[in-house]
Design a protein around this ligand. Structure first.
Ligand SMILES: [Zn+2]
Ligand SMILES: [Zn+2]
Ligand SMILES: [Zn+2]
Ligand SMILES: [Zn+2]
Length: 319
């Protein structure tokens, strides 16, 4: 009897052990869940009882490119859209280019060239690229009788009473300045005034007997234009065709308070200021003092520069 009891006792213990083992290894009763690893979108989940622990990992976004979306480095899912290219504008020599990936589209714009002129080479309006040479000045190979400021030079002209009589005196550029404008010479955007103060002095018997005629005209160092000085615009001002990207500028002669023509100490003197409005930096204007006798048969007072200019005629380059 004792043995039987013992056997029974042993059987009960064994059964209990087995049951315990089953509980331990096959259920989660003792908290021993069997968690699967968390994923991007799922937390840890017990494979037995579906208990969950923690949070999903969330996607680990890779770098998007211009043409490819971001991809999760763990699960490979696409996240969002490609960034798209970041186009930089095309230039004269380069097409549109992506700032990120250097992809290109379209074509370069090509240069937008100006015509060369007498001061500058052909240049691109957009990028400043230049090519070729500037045109050569019409007078660059000529000998000019150029005046310097403050240095009187001989000047011959016709007498006032008798064109047949030459009168000789001097011409002097007393002062020369470049200004934007003042009360007398109104400023204009992009332009500047080149102003010369001129003094002509005549003495001697011919001058006393017959008087003297002062005569001057304009020329352009770059374009010795035949009728440049003869034109007048609708305001009665003489336009000046300076070659500067094709712009036309006014020449304006100031007389009145600046003019004196009178006898002083047996000398006949003329004094006045001559202002020419030109694009800033323009250096082509010539003031040409010619013999008035040349105008005798002309139908207009101001002769073309080309008709009166030779290497004896005093010239002041207003630059
Ligand atoms: Zn579980
Ligand atoms: Zn993911
Ligand atoms: Zn790109
Ligand atoms: Zn260009």
């Amino acid at each position: 009897m004792k043995r039987t009891l013992l056997w029974i006792g042993t059987g009960v213990a064994a059964a209990a052990a087995v049951a315990l083992a089953v509980l331990v290894f096959c259920t989660c009763v003792f908290g021993n869940h069997q968690y699967r690893k968390a994923t991007c979108t799922e937390p840890e989940v017990c494979s037995r009882c579906k208990a969950v622990r923690g949070e999903p990992l969330g996607h680990e976004a890779g770098e998007a490119s211009c043409t490819e979306p971001s991809v999760c480095l763990r699960c490979g899912i696409e996240l969002g859209d490609p960034k798209g290219h970041e186009w930089l504008p095309a230039t004269c020599t380069e097409p549109e280019i992506c700032a990120r990936c250097e992809a290109t589209q379209g074509s370069p714009l090509g240069h937008d060239m100006t015509e060369p002129n007498y001061q500058t080479r052909a240049a691109c309006r957009r990028c400043g690229y230049t090519e070729g040479e500037s045109l050569s000045a019409a007078l660059s190979d000529r000998t000019l009788n150029e005046l310097s400021v403050g240095v009187p030079a001989p000047y011959t002209t016709a007498s006032y009473e008798d064109y047949g009589v030459d009168v000789t005196g001097t011409v002097e550029i007393v002062d020369f300045k470049v200004i934007d404008g003042d009360e007398t010479f109104p400023a204009r955007e992009g332009y500047e005034w080149h102003i010369a103060t001129v003094r002509l002095v005549f003495a001697g018997d011919d001058a006393k007997k017959n008087g003297a005629q002062a005569a001057w005209t304009y020329g352009d160092y770059y374009l010795l234009d035949d009728d440049m000085a003869a034109r007048e615009d609708e305001n009665g001002l003489r336009p000046f065709a300076a070659d500067w990207y094709g712009m036309r500028v006014q020449c304006w002669q100031k007389t009145g308070p600046y003019t004196e023509a009178d006898w002083y100490d047996r000398e006949l003197r003329f004094c006045w200021q001559e202002g020419v409005l030109v694009p800033k930096g323009y250096d082509g204007v010539l003031l040409i003092f010619y013999n008035y006798r040349l105008a005798k048969d002309a139908t207009r007072l101001y002769l073309p520069a080309s008709a009166v200019l030779d290497d004896t005629v005093p010239v002041f380059r207003m630059k």
